[in-house]
Design a binder for this molecule. Structure first.
Ligand SMILES: [Ca+2]
Ligand SMILES: [Ca+2]
Ligand SMILES: [Ca+2]
Length: 369
């Protein structure tokens, strides 16, 4: 056996059988010869025996995030048997943590497919098993293999402002030749950069806002959920929050019963915070809102006079299932990821110049807050 020592056995009669033991999966070589009672020795024969007792293992790789309800899923398998191979796969999915495993593909030789059963605001778990050429079926794959289908529609603005609400007349537009928020063009632009940077008049007073109403899954459906977005603010005015809010970029979350949370108010508190404030990322754990129908509003404000302009580019607004739950990365005045901006504090107050005088009644078409 496999070039080892010879084993001999006496077999009576014209026909008989010999039991041979082998160790391990794979191809084994049996050399054999017989001698009859007259002492005639036959020419040695060779026999190849393939043994396959170990089933294959499968793994499945769905994309962790999808902003579409259809997305591609891939899987693969490996048979530890030398020379063995996977013949077919079974793939199952489970909708949300509250769902149950459902057959998707049975005995397929494919290793990828487009999943078309997705719905926004749900998480789809996947698992696969493989059967080898010897017919041995492996166990289901384990691990966190899921795709979260974003509740938010068109958060990358690839479809312009589709899915987003905005007030006609607000200075809101999508721009296709810019990636100023460090996203991927197109992005959305809130405000009017062409209205100037300094004491130039003619800046519309009020807010430019986009919003989207979405249903969030409940806490038992998903492990966690965060809001994330990229923005790039340029401001030539102070925010002066919380005493007298002036120019700012705001993120507000409204619940369905009248509650309103200002979860981000960014803006300049110092001279050095004025101007180009660079690309920033904002992330917020949405745990407190799970199960609710909420509206997410992003807005750029020129609250004070028609001078000292402020505008903000925004991109990649997403709800994501974080691998680890994140606290807010950026909040009002925080420096963020080494980007321009300064912490609020006593030193801040020393450097700050007196704010501009308040204005009279708002005569603009834009909303004020
Ligand atoms: Ca095998
Ligand atoms: Ca984009
Ligand atoms: Ca202003």
């Amino acid at each position: 056996m496999d070039g080892g020592t010879w084993h001999s056995e006496t077999v009576s009669g014209a026909a008989g059988s010999v039991t041979v033991g082998v160790s391990g999966d794979g191809a084994h070589m049996v050399d054999h010869w017989a001698v009859d009672q007259a002492g005639n020795q036959e020419t040695p024969g060779h026999l190849t025996v393939k043994i396959d007792l170990i089933p294959p293992r499968a793994s499945v790789s769905p994309p962790p995030y999808s902003n579409e309800t259809s997305f591609g899923v891939e899987w693969t398998g490996r048979d530890p048997t030398p020379g063995g191979s996977v013949a077919v796969y079974n793939v199952q999915y489970m909708k949300d943590l509250t769902g149950s495993w459902t057959n998707w593909l049975i005995a397929t030789s494919d290793t990828s497919r487009t999943f078309t059963n997705g719905e926004r605001g749900h998480i789809y778990y996947f698992r696969a098993s493989a059967t080898d050429a010897a017919g041995r079926l492996g166990v289901w794959s384990s691990g966190d293999a899921y795709t979260w289908v974003d509740s938010l529609e068109n958060g990358d603005f690839s479809q312009g402002l589709e899915g987003w609400s905005f007030v006609p007349g607000d200075p809101v537009e999508t721009v296709s030749d810019s990636a100023e928020a460090c996203g991927t063009a197109p992005e959305v632009l809130l405000g009017h950069p062409e209205k100037g940077t300094g004491e130039y008049g003619g800046v519309p007073i009020g807010g430019a806002a986009i919003s989207q109403e979405i249903q969030l899954p409940s806490a038992d459906q998903v492990p966690a959920l965060s809001l994330s977005l990229r923005y790039h603010m340029t401001t030539y005015d102070y925010v002066d929050y919380p005493l007298d809010p002036q120019d700012s970029f705001d993120v507000v979350i409204r619940d369905g019963v009248g509650g309103e949370d200002l979860v981000l108010r960014d803006g300049a508190r110092t001279l050095s915070g004025l101007g180009d404030r660079g690309c920033k990322e904002f992330a917020l754990n949405l745990g407190a809102y799970l199960g609710q129908r909420i509206t997410i509003e992003l807005s750029n404000w020129n609250r004070h006079d028609d001078q000292y302009n402020t505008w903000t580019y925004v991109d990649d607004v997403r709800l994501v299932v974080p691998r680890t739950i994140c606290l807010p990365l950026v909040f009002d005045g925080y420096t963020g990821n080494g980007m321009p901006g300064l912490q609020a504090g006593p030193w801040d107050e020393l450097e700050r110049e007196p704010g501009p005088p308040s204005t009279g009644p708002d005569l603009s078409a834009y909303r004020r807050r």
